[in-house]
Design a protein around this ligand. Structure first.
Ligand SMILES: Cc1cc2nc3c(=O)[nH]c(=O)nc-3n(C[C@H](O)[C@H](O)[C@H](O)COP(=O)(O)OP(=O)(O)OC[C@H]3O[C@@H](n4cnc5c(N)ncnc54)[C@H](O)[C@@H]3O)c2cc1C
Length: 244
């Protein structure tokens, strides 16, 4: 059985788009029907493969946006000069088919047995796997102390805003806006730097588990600062989405 499950994860299969949800101007959630999906853990990702008429293929990874037990969905941010994300966010419609394989990844995951306190730090679309973790925490009734810090450029770029606000009932949810803040903004402003982390992060003495996800430079800066705060490297899980 285990062998079949592993082989199944690595096999390309055809999924059908069941809906496309607009999250922000540049971000869409693509909900999928995947007939042979073996199930996934919170935080895992999948690979999408597009094939052009001339046979040219392009593959990209996308975090799974939903909790274990929920239908598979991905949330994609359009990069205007990108090869794959403009197609996924602008062209794809309900009823279209997509090749994918997964779930992938055993390290950047969280299950209730991993405990906490849990520190979740996201930059931009890096919030996608952390949303899956927050949903899983909620669905399992876990009371692990949890803190989400989410960095976006502007308020209009915050993905899943109303859903994340709901997690305030039981978790700490903080936003920081790096480029501009709306009138009356009560969240943080500016980048996730050492000073902000020192303010919001659980002290290392409480043995927290951190999961950090976003653009590569964001993840490296945050992880470096957490280690400087005394977090052991093994308690800082990272997922780099690419870019600078
Ligand atoms: C494990 C994993 C999970 C991922 N999950 C998600 C997800 O949930 N949602 C999501 O939107 N993306 C996610 N990504 C990023 C995704 O795989 C693609 O890299 C992204 O969609 C850009 O692909 P593209 O073909 O449109 O751009 P490309 O044609 O590959 O790149 C266009 C330009 O954008 C730059 N670039 C590439 N990726 C990024 C980036 N992430 N940020 C900024 N600049 C970039 C490139 O250097 C290049 O200059 C994930 C990546 C990994 C490795």
């Amino acid at each position: 059985m285990a062998t079949a499950a592993v082989r199944g994860r690595l096999t390309w299969q055809t999924a059908t788009v069941t809906s496309v949800v607009t999250e922000t101007d540049a971000v869409r959630t693509i909900e999928l029907d995947v007939p042979d999906w073996p199930g996934h853990l919170a935080g895992q990702h999948l690979d999408v493969r597009l094939t052009a008429d001339d046979g040219y293929t392009a593959e990209r990874s996308y975090s799974i946006a939903t909790a274990p037990g929920e239908p598979v969905a991905i949330t994609v941010e359009r990069l205007d000069d990108g090869e794959v994300s403009p197609y996924l966010t602008e062209e794809l419609r309900a009823g279209d088919q997509l090749e994918l394989r997964g779930p992938i990844g055993r390290w950047f995951v969280w299950d209730t047995s991993d405990g906490g306190p849990l520190l979740l730090i996201a930059g931009g679309s890096g919030v996608v796997p952390l949303r899956a973790i927050l949903r899983h925490r909620q669905r399992t009734g876990s009371d692990v102390p949890t803190c989400l810090l989410y960095s976006s450029r502007t308020i209009a770029d915050v993905i899943y805003h109303s859903e994340l606000d709901m997690y305030r009932d039981g978790a700490e949810v903080s936003y920081t806006l790096t480029r501009s803040q709306p009138p009356g903004w009560t969240g943080y402003s500016g980048r996730v730097d050492a000073a902000l982390l020192a303010k919001i992060a659980w002290p290392a003495s409480q043995h927290p588990l951190a999961l950090v996800c976003g653009p590569t430079s964001f993840v490296e800066a945050v992880a470096g600062n957490l280690v400087a705060l005394g977090y052991p490297a093994g308690r800082v899980k990272t997922e780099r989405f690419g870019g600078t």
